[in-house]
Design a protein around this ligand. Structure first.
Ligand code: SF4
Ligand code: FES
Length: 277
């Protein structure tokens, strides 16, 4: 074998041998008020592995790249199929779902950091309560009296169903809040997900009965008025929900409600009280 071919083969097998290990740079932090930093781990490469399966590997054998035994990494995950929304984290600097992030499609070394717009719990786990509180603020549900049979629900056209279906796929992962420059840990801007959920329930024929309540929730503290229209939310949503369309639609409806409140409130209350309409 000529020398050039041999050198070629040697560097090829060297490259393959090196590829057998993936380095993960993982943010470690015991608590929110303790200092944090990166710790490196080397994981044996497996074709088709995703970030969560690599984290599980580290959990089984918590030894860092320097060969020291360390504490297992903490992260959140449940469904492992991009449905529960709990595994959102920053992977190579971009927020995404760890369970659907395949190592073959990521640049190595792979850097994992927690979302920064939510309070830290530990390592990669954060507290996403602010998003769930905002969903309560906008009443992101449909009021139902479950004490008696209500019969079949109102009929909806296929196009309305299609419009609502995509909005209903939100998995409350929080990626849209993480990517939004208007959301910080020091303010209470609700971000795109609760705004889009208000739209989802306002589009429902039964939910529409409480549409104004949801719009008033959107007008409350940290509401839609704080949106800076950066449009980062729509870029990172794993479900490709048309968030900017939802924000525009809710902005329009909130403005209509403000005008209605301004000019027609007294007339309405007089009519309700039996006075001149
Ligand atoms: S709107 Fe998209 S990015 Fe935001 S919480 Fe829902 S699924 Fe996640
Ligand atoms: S584990 Fe449920 S979305 Fe990733």
């Amino acid at each position: 074998m000529d020398e050039a071919k041999q050198v070629g083969r040697t560097s090829e097998s060297k490259a393959r041998a090196e590829e057998k290990w993936i380095t993960f740079r993982i943010w470690r932090q015991e608590e929110a008020d303790k200092p944090g930093g990166f710790e490196d781990f080397k994981i044996a490469y497996r074709k088709g592995a995703n970030v969560i399966s690599c984290l599980m590997e580290i959990q089984r054998n918590p030894v860092n790249a320097a060969g020291q035994t360390t504490t297992p990494v903490t992260w959140d995950a449940a469904c492992l199929e991009e449905v529960c929304g709990s595994c959102a984290m920053n992977i190579n600097g971009r927020v995404r779902m760890a369970c659907s992030a395949l190592v073959d499609k990521l640049e190595w070394p792979i850097t994992l950091e927690p979302m920064r717009k939510f309070p830290m719990v530990r390592d990669l786990a954060v507290d996403r309560s602010r998003m769930f509180e905002s969903l309560k603020q906008v009443k992101a549900w449909i009021e139902l009296d479950g004490t008696h049979n209500l019969g079949p629900g109102p009929r909806q056209s296929q196009s309305e169903q299609a419009q609502r279906y995509v909005l209903s796929t939100c998995i409350t992962c929080g990626s849209c809040l993480e990517a939004c420059p208007q959301v910080t840990q020091d303010n209470d801007f609700m971000g795109a997900a609760p705004i889009s959920q208000a739209r989802l329930f306002n589009l429902h024929p039964t939910g529409a009965m409480h549409a104004d309540d949801r719009l008033r929730g959107l007008m409350g503290p940290g509401g839609i008025q704080d949106c800076g229209k950066a449009q980062n939310c729509v870029q990172v949503c794993p479900k490709e929900i048309p968030l900017t369309t939802s924000i525009a639609a809710m902005n329009r409806d909130v403005t209509k409600l403000v005008v209605k409140d301004l000019f027609f409130k007294d007339t309405e209350s007089e009519a309700a009280a039996g006075g001149p309409a």
